[in-house]
Ligand binder design. Structure first.
Ligand SMILES: *Cc1c(COP(=O)(O)O)cnc(C)c1O
Length: 813
């Protein structure tokens, strides 16, 4: 049906009438989306069933990727692309009077994540299915995703993201596969055949109901599964009879408290939120996921000692680390294994990715909280700690301080990262620099103890979403130039290098970029009524708002440019459009105040006729995957300016590179690997190196006030934060920002790097004045970006960590 346009049109019209009772003439865009989504979902059903059946029959080893976040975004366009039916559907809809792009926009963005970590999980699922690996996601079906951001009078306002309101066309509820998860209660020990048996009594039971989303591979005939768990009340009749719920309000309390488990995603990025509900979410995900894995494994009728041969479990950061004690619990309490055997099975099955070195983001949980909420799991963690410390005591008899430093439990806190390292067989960082710092600092004693456990897997992004789908014109140009082999082997993009000095190719690259800029300009005009100059440099910083990402440095530099223009209005300036988009955690006041500052500066700059032909500033509200797909293809400059050593990898940097933007950046995260390929000719580096930052943290020697006093233009912009003038309407309006720099001595070295940043920005102006040369650099960036396809990353995980194989659907029964 989807390979024949006329047939598609006929079926489509029939479905519209029979399902919705609407004729084509009366249909809305929402109707078209619903019918199209439903048709595709049904169409992939066959291959979905077939994939699962074959995984079972052929007993392929499966990888389950556990993540508290999956930032998948919209699926319609990508599903059409991966199924190879985009063109038929696009043309068919056009005949029926509809533009596919407009239909895609009907889909709510599945925002079940905060930022990079959740988006990584989504890119990995796309690569797993496209490369024919048996790999599945395991997550939570939050009723409300990351909040919707509105900007009101320059301030961020958070609204609930009710993404399920219109019902999700992709998901499939599987009530028959629900499992029970237990909280609270008390552990009772009894004896059976001379061994202790542990029962948890009086616990609160909760149903975990799975909702499955098909993950469709690109031209692979593979449909894997993202299984998202939803919490529902579990009413055991015996419990009701026993009088537990004899009071109406207690029943309501119970229902409310259960439903709250999968109600909303914690909106915090890069900082740790230690609340009971979050712990409940984490255990809920882990327990449901592990029970589900073991139930599938049971069908193979193998001994559990074979579990590591058939199953790999990966935890995306420490949020799902309770899979370790939960697997231990089931193996010991339900399957009858002793500690040593259960331990061997568990550690050979689980692997862990570390995502951050920021101490404020390293998870710890108070012992009392875990002990009360999860009494049996706590006993197991305590035993792990006891055994691990016992081993350390023996080994480090001469260095006892290492024992408390490395313990899993210390000062009544459970250190989740330690639990993850001790209970798994692989620990990876997400970029070369990050892994080096991980091994050299936070995890140094663990690396000394288990050197074979640590490894690097540099993050990646799926080129299908971030190039083929979001920038189809560029994708087609690449096909015309080097053929289509790069689609399956993205490293082949390197062949584009030979076109870097080809004038005709440069021209085409520039045309595509200009068209993308026009499209973004139209969106900006529609949303904000502001016109931007498509020939100005589109300079973009889009990512979560955080001190270490240094949006502040960017906007302070914009204030400086404004001052320069005001001082000499007739001087020459290369026109720039600075574009920001970022959500701040609701309780992160400094971040919110930076959003306000950006909006205030934008307002002043855009309204000033002396300035606004050379400089514009935009803050686009509600940064999300779909907004990223719209902005990134239109960027000329990519701002990756984090304090060196703070950004573990970054993936935004890779998306921009793949779309031909040039990066201004620090030597941080994966920028380091980008720089290795691009060199100074194709990238604009500036600022402190991570070793220098570390040196300052250790030994001091930096005073922000010195920079402030010695550099007049810097003093001027800092003063403009608190002294009434163009950017400050009342006395000390941006005091919080001012203090963060001068009172708290500029934790993120914004002032230290500001001058070097301004110089790199000046170099960008120079380079942009030579369009051919700029195009050439842009081509080199695209050519080198194949290295950052998540396909390469997933191959490495598959070989080095998971030991899984690509399947051949041609052999499927
Ligand atoms: C890629 C992406 C991120 C991560 O961006 P960084 O620049 O690496 O922090 C965050 N949010 C969304 C919506 C993304 O698509």
């Amino acid at each position: 049906m989807f390979n024949n346009k006329e047939l598609f049109k006929t079926v489509f019209k029939e479905q519209l009438v029979s399902r919705l009772g609407r004729s084509m003439e009366d249909a809305t865009a929402g109707d078209i989306y619903k019918i199209l989504g439903g048709l595709i979902r049904e169409w992939v059903g066959q291959e979905w069933a077939k994939t699962n059946q074959n995984y079972r029959v052929q007993q392929e080893k499966q990888i389950y990727y556990f993540s508290i976040e999956f930032l998948i975004g919209r699926l319609l366009g990508n599903n059409l692309l991966n199924l190879g039916i985009l063109k038929t559907v696009q043309d068919g809809l056009l005949d029926l009077g509809w533009d596919l792009e407009q239909i895609e926009e009907q889909e709510p963005d599945a925002g079940l994540g905060n930022g990079g970590l959740g988006r990584l999980a989504a890119c990995f699922l796309d690569s797993l299915a496209s490369l024919k690996y048996p790999g599945h996601g395991c997550g939570i079906r939050y009723k409300y995703g990351l909040f919707e951001q509105k900007i009101v009078d320059g301030d961020q306002v958070e609204l609930p993201d009710n993404w399920l309101q219109k019902s999700c066309v992709w998901e499939e509820q599987r009530l028959d596969e629900r499992v029970e998860v237990c909280f609270w209660g008390r552990v009772e020990v009894r004896e059976k055949n001379g061994s202790p048996v542990f029962d948890t009594v009086n616990c609160e039971k909760v149903w975990a109901v799975p909702y499955d989303v098909p993950i469709i591979g690109y031209d692979s005939s593979i449909v894997n599964t993202l299984r998202l768990w939803s919490a529902q009340p579990s009413i055991d009749p015996s419990v009701i009879k026993s009088g537990e719920f004899n009071r109406h309000d207690r029943f309501l309390d119970y229902t409310r408290s259960v439903e709250s488990i999968s109600e909303f995603l914690y909106p915090d990025d890069s900082s740790y939120e230690g609340r009971l509900l979050r712990l409940k979410q984490q255990y809920f995900l882990c327990s449901a996921g592990i029970q589900n894995i073991l139930r599938s494994f049971d069908k193979l009728e193998l001994s559990y000692t074979k579990l590591p041969d058939k199953v790999a479990i990966h935890i995306n950061d420490t949020h799902p680390v309770l899979v370790i004690p939960e697997l231990m619990r089931i193996l010991m309490d339900e399957k009858g294994y002793g500690w040593d055997e259960a331990w061997d099975i568990t550690t050979r099955t689980v692997s862990y990715t570390n995502h951050t070195l920021l101490s404020e983001a390293l998870e710890t949980w108070p012992v009392h909280m875990v002990r009360e909420l999860l009494p049996r799991v706590y006993m197991i963690i305590e035993e792990m700690n006891k055994r691990f410390c016992g081993m350390l005591l023996e080994r480090y008899a001469d260095r006892q301080y290492l024992v408390s430093q490395m313990a899993i439990i210390e000062h009544d806190q459970i250190k989740m990262a330690h639990l993850a390292v001790v209970g798994s067989h692989s620990v990876n960082g997400v970029a070369e620099l990050h892994t080096k710092l991980l091994k050299g600092s936070v995890m140094k004693p663990f690396d000394d103890l288990f050197p074979e456990r640590f490894n690097n897997k540099t993050n990646g992004i799926t080129h299908r979403r971030w190039l083929m789908h979001s920038n189809s014109k560029l994708s087609h140009l690449i096909n015309e130039s080097i053929g289509t082999e790069w689609i399956k082997h993205p490293q082949q993009l390197l062949q584009l290098k030979s076109f870097k000095d080809d004038a005709a190719f440069q021209e085409q690259i520039m045309n595509i970029k200009r068209n993308n800029k026009l499209r973004l300009a139209a969106y900006i005009a529609q949303k904000q009524g502001i016109t931007v100059d498509p020939d100005s440099i589109f300079d973009v910083q889009v990512k979560r708002l955080h001190g270490y990402k240094r949006q502040l440095m960017n906007i302070l530099h914009v204030m400086h440019l404004y001052n320069e223009i005001k001082d000499a209005p007739t001087a020459d300036h290369v026109p720039r459009t600075f574009i920001f988009a970022a959500k701040a955690a609701p309780g992160y006041l400094l971040a919110k105040s930076i959003i306000k500052l950006i909006n205030v500066v934008a307002d002043v700059v855009n309204k000033d006729p002396e300035v606004n032909s050379k400089l514009k500033v935009l803050f686009l509200e509600n940064y999300s995957v779909s907004l990223a797909e719209r902005i990134i293809p239109a960027a000329n400059v990519s701002e990756q300016i984090s304090t060196a050593g703070k950004e573990a990898s970054g993936t935004g940097n890779m998306k921009f590179m793949m779309n031909g933007a040039l990066t201004i950046g620090t030597l941080d995260g994966a920028n380091v690997e980008m720089y290795e390929m691009l060199g100074d000719d194709n990238m604009f580096l500036f600022g402190l190196r991570s070793e220098e930052v570390l040196e300052f943290y250790k030994h001091g020697g930096y005073l922000a006030r010195d920079v402030y006093e010695q550099e007049p233009w810097i003093k001027r912009v800092i003063d403009q934060l608190v002294v009434p003038g163009p950017f400050c309407t009342y006395d000390r309006e941006f005091e919080l920002i001012f203090q963060s720099i001068l009172e708290h001595n500029d934790e993120y070295f914004v002032l230290y790097d500001l001058d070097s940043y301004a110089k790199a920005q000046a170099a960008i102006n120079e380079a942009y004045l030579n369009p051919q040369d700029w195009a050439s650099k842009s081509i080199v960036n695209i050519a080198c970006s194949g290295r950052f396809s998540s396909d390469g990353t997933i191959h490495q995980y598959a070989e080095d960590i998971w030991d899984i194989r690509q399947v051949q659907p041609s052999n499927f029964v």
